[in-house]
Each structure stands twice: as C-alpha cells, then as structure tokens.
Design a protein around this ligand. Structure first.
Ligand code: SAM
Length: 205
C-alpha cells in the first residue's frame, strides 16, 4: 500500500509514510471486507458510510502540514482509522462522529491499538468543538456545501482547515490557511468524492 498507492502517487513526507505503514488498517474494516483492507479504494463501514481510500488519508494529512506539536480536530470519525493515522503525526487528536454506533466502534478500535492521544466525541462536527479550540489543523472527512464558519473560527492563527467542498457528486479538496481573524488563503488541492457532512453548517437531512 505504501509503495504502490502512496509513494508512487507522490506522497513524500516520511512521517506520513511511516504512520500509514504503522497503523493496521484491517482492524478498522468490517469482518467481511478485511481481505480488501489495503486495496486502493474506500470500503463500506455500515450506516451508509465509508473508510476513505488510503491515498486520500495520506493526501489530506500531507496537505494539512501536521507537526508533532499540533492540536488537531477531525470531523467524521467513521471507523477511527484516519484518526489513528493522524495521532501518529500530531500531539493530540479530537475527532467527532454523528452516528453513535460508529463512534463506539471507533473508540474500541482505537483502544485495541492503545491510542491514548485520540479522543472521540459524538455530535455535529460541522459546529466544531468549541471547548477544545483553537486548533492548528482541522480535517473534515465528509463533503460540505461550503467551509463551515464555526470551523474557520476555531482555527488558530496560521492554522489549516482541509475540507472537501462541493455538491453530492464531486467536490474540490480545499485548504484554508488562517492569516488573521477573517483572513484566509485558499488553495485547491484536488478533486474528490466524499459522503456528505450532515449538520447545522453542512447539508441538512
Ligand atoms: N475518517 C473516517 C475513517 O477513517 O473511517 C472516514 C469518514 S467517512 C468518509 C465520513 C464520516 O463523517 C461518516 O462516518 C459520517 O457519519 C460522518 N459525518 C457526517 N456528517 C457529520 C457531522 N456533521 N459530524 C460528525 N460526523 C459526521
């Protein structure tokens, strides 16, 4: 996976390559799909949700410029796999999931691999996590019609928000860098397809 899907597609950061090599992805994949855990595509994890393709996990991590001292917020815990990878790169990872059984499964997977710097919350991640803000990095693993204001507000100065923005079929992967309060530099990184961010500042049901 690391050689053929990540290095071959231009992922260079050695910390990310090591993290992706270190986390046992099969533990986060449902039993019938375990044989496909390291394949080059997303997989169903139940409740209409997915664990992202390995390359996308690495691409988003690389784009968000994570340093070992980072306080990081992930929106969309899903299986917990991405949070586990991010916890190898950042000091602390907070992650929010709106579907309770997924949040509970993610907690037990993360416990299984003894992750002590990842904290799973249940709730609407489109509103961020005000009690733990500001964040150096926010990564959203679900697609939003626009970057939620709450997430932009909860970035530290210099902080990065990496988020897929667009409609249900295709989105641009964007990186917002906070230059000052209300002043952001925006970079288009890629074209992607994610499940929707459902919430007050995402899509409504
Ligand atoms: N990061 C995940 C992993 O490693 O398995 C994959 C995430 S999946 C592509 C997107 C997740 O976002 C789903 O589990 C979905 O339930 C969740 N989600 C959607 N809207 C949300 C919201 N407003 N707050 C929190 N989670 C949300």
């Amino acid at each position: 996976m690391v050689e053929h899907q990540l290095k071959a597609r231009g992922i260079k950061d050695s910390r990310i390559l090591s993290a992706m090599g270190a986390i046992p992805r099969h533990l986060f994949v449902p039993e019938p799909l375990k044989e496909q855990a390291y394949e080059d595509h997303p997989l169903a994890i139940g409740y209409g949700q997915t664990i992202s393709q390995p390359y996308i996990v690495a691409r988003m991590a690389e784009a968000s410029l994570i340093t070992p001292s980072c306080k990081l917020l992930e929106i969309g815990t899903g299986s917990g796999y991405n949070a586990a990878v991010l916890s190898e790169l950042a000091k602390v990872v907070y992650t929010i999931e709106r579907i309770e059984p997924l949040a509970e499964d993610a907690k037990s997977h993360l416990k299984e691999i003894q992750k002590s710097n990842v904290f799973v919350f249940l709730g609407d991640g489109s509103l961020g996590l005000i009690d733990k803000a500001p964040f150096d990095v926010i990564i959203v693993t679900a697609a939003s019609p626009e970057a939620p204001k709450s997430l932009l507000n909860q970035l530290a100065k210099g902080g990065r928000l990496v988020i897929p923005v667009g409609d249900a079929l295709t989105q641009k992967l964007l990186r917002y860098t906070k230059k000052a309060e209300g002043d952001f530099e925006v970079a288009v990184l890629d074209f992607v397809r994610f499940v929707p961010l459902i919430g007050k500042e995402g899509w409504t049901l």
